[in-house]
Design a binder for this molecule. Structure first.
Ligand code: SF4
Length: 200
């Protein structure tokens, strides 16, 4: 089986990294860095899974599980890329703070944040995307990858940080209200009540 440790903003704390290494060496596990920027221990024997999780949880590790709000996938951001105009870890934390009350989230939507218009985190092919520009934040909705990729629709241009966060809350609420089970955001763009019927 696999155990996926969630890594907000793709940051891997050293104590978690050391413990993951220790567990991998002890139980002969593989380590996979997932496309969602999380750390996955693979080939975990069933009989050792509880011990592995408990050791990591003792250091504050959180694990992937159904119903959890998706961690934004982020580019490395302004402090580590000279093209960036915002610190993406900070934006990711603010998004997660907005949704910390949310105990269950329907699966099948993802969020991405890019520190500039080059969109290194794949914003255009993600359900909810945030792009920092010199004129504010652009918000995108309805992108998807997979075998039939679609480019997202820009729904807001030049937003303040608060407006951008509010738009994400509105999108997530809309997804909650108008889906019975898992559904990509793109299927909601043409809903008659979708709040942003036109591209911005
Ligand atoms: S999206 Fe922009 S800020 Fe982010 S890594 Fe790419 S070039 Fe740098």
């Amino acid at each position: 089986m696999n155990i996926t440790v969630l890594l907000p903003a793709g940051r891997l704390p050293l104590d978690i990294m050391n413990k993951a290494h220790e567990m991998a060496a002890k139980f002969n596990l593989g380590v996979y860095l997932s496309t969602a920027q999380n750390l996955r221990l693979i080939n975990v024997p069933e009989e050792n899974a509880d011990e592995v999780k408990a050791e990591l949880a003792a250091l504050g590790a959180d694990f992937k599980a159904p119903g959890k709000f998706p961690l934004p996938r982020v580019c490395v951001g302004k402090d580590h890329c000279n093209l960036g105009v915002v610190e993406t870890e900070d934006i990711s934390n603010k998004i997660l703070e907005k949704f910390k009350y949310k105990t269950t989230t329907k699966p099948k939507f993802k969020i991405a944040v890019s520190g500039c218009t080059l969109c290194c985190s794949g914003v255009m092919t993600t359900d909810i995307g945030v792009v920092a520009t010199r004129g504010g934040f652009d918000v995108y909705a309805g992108g998807k990858g997979g075998p039939h990729p679609k480019t997202a629709r820009r729904i807001i241009s030049g937003a303040t940080e608060e407006e951008m966060l509010d738009a994400i809350v509105k999108l997530v609420d809309f997804h909650d209200k108008h889906t019975k089970k898992k559904q990509r955001m793109i299927k909601l763009l043409d809903h008659p009540e979708f709040p942003w019927p036109e591209a911005a």
